[in-house]
Design a protein around this ligand. Sequence first.
Ligand code: TYD
Length: 208
Amino acid sequence: MFITFEGPDGSGKSTIIKKVYEKLINDGFDIVLTREPGGTPIAEKIRDIILDNSNVALDARTEALLYAASRRQHLVEKIRPALKEGKIVLCDRFLDSSLAYQGGGRNLGVQNVLNINLFATENTYPDLTLFFDIDPELGLKRVSQDKKRVADRLDNENENFHEKVYSTFKEIVNSNSQRIITIDASKSIEEVTECAYKTIKEKLNGLH
Ligand code: TYD
């Protein structure tokens, strides 16, 4: 089972994925927790290029290709082997982030970005995706209040960019209702964690 967590910046999904991971481990499941961009040494090197604030000249298509390249490496080195061993893979961001950020935010078009990703992943889709729904303005407020967080190249984009990312996410959610479940991320961390955990347990128990 391949499960991804998606959402705008500041949706809290990175905190929640760790909590859900621990709960599932306590239940006795064999799980791998990973993230994108990154997840393996080569993919993390690509991540550093993408998120480096000094890379102001990085072209939008180059950015989309780098995310796809990093995803490819991550898939081959880590995700596929784990799934083959029968493990559950929880991944912080995957394909849908590229569709929303590069396809929508960077205006490259969702279909174009989907095409390069289907090439990169040989048509790999998650079995289940949780979309952590938060108003982008509130998300950005949370990011700026988080003193531990150093703003990266994407965080530093303007509000218009983040609005476009959000509206594209919503379109993707609406057209993939079989795969993507929306979680209200405006609630407390405890409530959102519980909701995400319950949704995953139901899927693991074959309830949806
Ligand atoms: P990260 O620090 O992992 O952010 P977060 O904790 O919010 O998930 O940085 C990842 C950034 O990269 C984030 O702003 C979203 C962006 N991103 C894309 O633009 N495209 C992608 O395909 C992925 C995976 C991430």
